[in-house]
Design a protein around this ligand. Structure first.
Ligand SMILES: Nc1ncnc2c1ncn2[C@@H]1O[C@H](COP(=O)(O)OP(=O)(O)OP(=O)(O)O)[C@@H](O)[C@H]1O
Length: 338
């Protein structure tokens, strides 16, 4: 559906000088996917996203959407291709002097809809996003979440194939973010629209994306299924993002004063549902003290991380045997100390 081939974007920084904001990025995004691009501020996410509807021209490389090379289009052909690509923004970008329904109608007029078909479509789409009772309100009279719903309604009114989301929940509180992400998921499933979403939050990726690309310094340093990236982050930057999201740091003081072995154990899928720890307690006579942990569900799959202390004061070798037993039955064991 979306083919990004060796895209670079350079910005001028001074006389005869440029800086590379997007560096040799290639990604293929399948039809119907929700694809996330995550990275810290300045990683190049927005610039890359804007190449997908040619709001930003690549300095090198090309982008194809549904077989059409958007980077090669200009004028009316480009305007027509853009009508197949909706976009929503962090700060909503609504027209403040127009009502909710006028904001949505505007995009349909721009796309050349017949007058008589616009009002019914606006009503239909406002119902879909849960704003049918706010049609005559002005943006200033709406909450942040409602404004983003207007943004979504405007972006999808013209039946696009692709929806680009530029930090869609960054200006919203956690609860409202969750409802907006749920709406995006519903739109993806119900209407089959391919979604490309950029964010700096792994939690957003975890809650709705199928696959993710991790960007740092303009490059994609890692890409794959969201579950795999969480379970086995390869790149140091991804490892940092994931551990920050799972937030399993123990206070330094606690780490220093613990006896026995301190382990961080990763459980994946079935292993998250097995009583591995109670087994080792019984089998090897070790005491198992759970210090920290959580089980996340990404899609349908469980991903658990536990930090445990194993002690056997009268039989230290039992701890080594217990560690090996756990290692054989879980996805990964990291001995933090001991
Ligand atoms: N129009 C521009 N002119 C010059 N430099 C730019 C321009 N747009 C972006 N940049 C630079 O390109 C780099 C990538 O910016 P970009 O906005 O794509 O990053 P980002 O990952 O989306 O960050 P954020 O989340 O803060 O928006 C930054 O160093 C930025 O300063």
């Amino acid at each position: 559906m979306i083919e990004i081939e060796k895209v670079c974007v350079d910005f001028p920084t001074g006389r005869n000088q440029t800086s590379r904001a997007v560096d040799d990025v290639s990604l293929h995004i399948a039809s119907g996917e929700i694809f996330g691009i995550v990275g810290t501020s300045g990683a190049g996410k927005s610039t890359l996203l804007r190449t997908l509807n040619a709001l930003q021209r690549p300095s090198l490389g090309r982008v194809k959407i549904a077989g059409t090379e958007i980077t090669a289009l200009e004028g009316s052909q480009l305007r027509k291709a853009r009508q197949r690509i909706g976009m929503i923004f962090q700060h909503f970008n609504l027209m403040h002097t127009r009502t909710v329904s006028q904001n949505v109608a505007f995009s349909l007029k721009a796309a050349g809809w017949e007058r008589g078909k616009i009002a019914p479509r606006v009503a239909e789409i406002l119902k879909l996003v849960g704003l049918d009772d706010k049609a005559n309100r002005y943006p200033v009279q709406l909450s942040g979440g409602q404004k983003q719903r207007v943004g979504i309604a405007r972006a999808i009114a013209n039946h696009p194939d692709v929806l680009l989301c530029d930090e869609p929940t960054s200006a919203l509180d956690l609860e409202t973010s969750a409802t907006i992400l749920a709406l995006l998921k519903q739109i993806n499933q119900q209407l089959g629209i391919t979604i490309v979403l950029i964010t700096h939050e792994m939690n957003v990726i975890k809650s709705i994306c199928d696959r993710v690309a991790v960007m740092s310094g303009g490059k994609v340093v890692e890409a794959g299924e969201v579950f795999d990236i969480f379970a086995h982050p390869q790149h140091a930057f991804t490892q940092q993002l994931v551990s920050h999201t799972l937030n399993l740091t123990l206070p330094e003081r606690l780490q220093q004063h613990l006896h026995g072995s301190l382990l961080k154990i990763l459980f994946i899928g079935d292993s998250a549902e097995q009583p591995v720890l109670s087994d080792v307690a019984v089998k090897f006579g070790v005491a198992v003290n759970i210090l920290h942990g959580k089980i996340e569900y990404i899609g349908e799959k469980a991903l658990g991380v536990l930090v445990v202390q194993l002690t056997a004061p009268h039989n230290p070798s039992a701890v080594d045997a217990a560690v090996e037993h756990i290692r054989a039955r879980t996805a990964q064991v990291e001995v933090i100390n001991g």
